[in-house]
Design a protein. Sequence first.
Length: 87
Amino acid sequence: MEMLSRVIRLIGLAGVLLIAGFAVFVATRQNLRFDPPLPAVSASADSAVIARGRYLVRTAADCGSCHGDPALAGEDAGEIPLSGGNA
């Protein structure tokens, strides 16, 4: 009986040490920064590219249904601002 009690205590101690070690590991890594290289992004001034993008966002994909708030639409319901909308 005493042997079983000793084994259970040993397993419990090992579990506590494992959890404490994992907590220390997480705490030491929480402030790491990973700065990936940013791609070179540029906006197009070409009116055909802008019109194609407007068509994709407003008509083909209907992005405003999830990423827009209809309360902000104003008079033109087709131009819902893409502001997040739904949680």
